[in-house]
Design a protein around this ligand. Structure first.
Ligand SMILES: NC(=O)c1ccc[n+]([C@@H]2O[C@H](COP(=O)([O-])OP(=O)(O)OC[C@H]3O[C@@H](n4cnc5c(N)ncnc54)[C@H](O)[C@@H]3O)[C@@H](O)[C@H]2O)c1
Length: 309
């Protein structure tokens, strides 16, 4: 298969990541079908994709015509057979659960043409966990995006030992064709490259709060004040989505039996129980659309000038 033969992209799971990946591919000229098991999720997805496109227009990144053309290339369906019919490439973004992912790939293995490449956007799992279950291990690999795909435009490409080797350079070309910088891993490794570093930061941040050392805002104030970034660990967790964060920590707490990871998962679960899922629900560690960390006084605006007058 060559790059020109990839034209129809099927996104499975129309949540936070499916929406962004779908719009990104459509902006670069691909036909995109978003499939979800939940019709209500598809309605939300169509609205959010429109809002993302509006935001890109408002910030001058694209013009109205480009937005309109991309949106016209996108379809939304809860009919798996219809979604699968023409797919050249699948990008899977269902919740972070290896059995669920294997089941979804097995379902689409029956429905997709033989040529279809299966990619997973898993954050913290490795494709060999569900390669056999997928029904087509040789056509499966990880192709992992980072949240806000048009800004954080890096993708991890991670084959498993049974992936056809020629898929790696093909997916590198595909990544570039949708404006993403490809990072190829030489071997399977949990959490890829950037996320491996980010997870360590997030674990440290959650541990400080779960152990009652400081509240979330103080963690972010420390990080943002030293690193001079516009967002800290808890703002990032809100962006990721606290249900997605919980799935990841819960998985690793179960795998390792680590009591600190369990305490961190329980902390996040407490927010979820109150319906606080982060940016996507309007409330997480912060309230949206105007989170406290984005306000000018967040870092302690009452300091004297430097140098003092
Ligand atoms: N949120 C992030 O920042 C981020 C970044 C990179 C990768 N990821 C990974 O992407 C994946 C999805 O994360 P998300 O944050 O977009 O999740 P999400 O919860 O926002 O969306 C998941 C979607 O999958 C749908 N779904 C559930 N079961 C399904 C099924 N059987 N068939 C089809 N659709 C189904 C749900 O209805 C929902 O719309 C996870 O593996 C996550 O680890 C997330």
């Amino acid at each position: 298969m060559v790059l020109d033969e990839i034209q129809h992209i099927l996104i499975i799971g129309s949540g936070t990541m499916g929406q962004q990946i779908g719009l990104q591919a459509a902006l670069y000229g691909y036909d995109v079908a978003l499939y979800d098991i939940d019709p209500a999720a598809l309605e939300t997805a169509e609205r959010r994709v429109g809002a993302y496109a509006d935001g890109l227009v408002a910030s001058g990144r694209i013009d109205r015509a480009q937005a309109g053309a991309a949106l016209a290339r996108m379809t939304y369906t809860d009919d798996p057979a219809l979604a699968a019919r023409d797919a050249d490439l699948v990008s899977e973004s269902v919740p972070e659960n290896p059995e669920l992912k294997a089941g979804v790939f097995a379902q689409f293995d029956e429905l997709c043409p033989d040529r279809t490449i299966f990619t997973t956007n898993t954050s913290s799992l490795i494709p060999s966990l569900f390669a056999e279950g997928s029904g087509r291990p040789e056509r499966l690999l990880a192709f992992h995006f980072h949240q806000m795909v048009w800004d954080s435009n890096v993708v991890d490409i991670m084959p498993h030992p049974g992936t056809q080797p020629e898929l790696v350079p093909l997916m590198e070309s595909f990544a570039r064709s949708i404006g993403q910088v490809p990072i190829v891993l030489q071997k399977e490794s949990y959490a890829y490259v950037f996320n491996a570093m980010l997870n360590a930061l997030n674990t440290a941040a959650l541990t400080l709060v779960a152990n009652g050392v400081v509240p979330p805002e103080t963690v972010d104030r420390a990080w943002m004040g030293v690193m001079k970034t516009g967002i800290g660990p808890f703002g990032i967790l809100d962006l990721v989505g606290l249900d997605t964060v919980w799935h990841i920590i819960d998985y690793w707490a179960n795998q390792t039996g680590d009591s600190q990871l369990r305490a961190n998962a329980d902390l996040v679960e407490g927010y979820m129980d109150e319906g606080r899922l982060g940016v996507k629900s309007g409330r997480g560690f912060y309230s949206y659309p105007d989170p406290a960390y984005a306000r000018p006084d967040f870092l302690g605006g009452d300091l004297p000038d430097f140098p003092p007058a």
